[in-house]
Design a protein around this ligand. Structure first.
Ligand code: FES
Length: 100
């Protein structure tokens, strides 16, 4: 199971063990990171699951279009509902952006 470090808006970091096959958004919600609102439930229509990931990975096309409207977009922005977790995500670092 991938161990992922999550940094919240106050700068606090916590390493959590997430489930392979779940989305990163689901993993964040399951571990109580309520700053990630995920209002559309993961259907790529709200962008309230926006996170910064390190190492960066390119967004999918629909995701990229939605991120274009995000106020705090960076080069390493992703929608956490569009990342399906695998063992390769072990060591991923995720930061929650400022609230839009
Ligand atoms: S939960 Fe709405 S876009 Fe990810």
């Amino acid at each position: 199971m991938p161990i992922i470090t999550v940094v919240t808006r106050d700068g606090t970091g916590r390493a959590v063990d997430m489930e392979v096959g779940a989305t990163l958004m689901e993993g964040l919600r399951d571990h109580g990171f309520d700053e990630v609102l995920a209002m559309c439930g993961g259907c790529c229509s709200c962008a309230t699951c926006h996170v910064y990931v390190e190492p960066a990975s390119p967004p999918l096309e629909d995701e990229d279009d939605l991120l274009a409207g995000a106020a705090h977009r960076r080069d390493n922005s992703r929608l956490s509902c569009q990342i399906i977790l695998s063992a390769d995500h072990d060591g991923l670092r995720v930061a929650i952006p400022p609230e839009d």
